[in-house]
Write a protein that binds this ligand. Sequence first.
Ligand SMILES: [Zn+2]
Length: 76
Amino acid sequence: MSDSPEETPIAKDFFARPVEEQADFLAQTWCNQCMEMDLGMKNPKEYETSQRLWIEGECVNCGAQVITEIVYEDDE
Ligand SMILES: [Zn+2]
């Protein structure tokens, strides 16, 4: 028996985001199968832990899982 070191992600509602943000996240992708960026993703699901926030979906081109990590930058 061992405790998982990974925190259980919380599922978020991707579609609660503004439509423009949704469109950006769906368009700005990287696919490890296609080795190409911005092919787009479908079936997006958003997850969050205390450390990370990311969106998982499927590559529009090949159907492989693509993950977009959301990084909030504190500039000010
Ligand atoms: Zn792909």
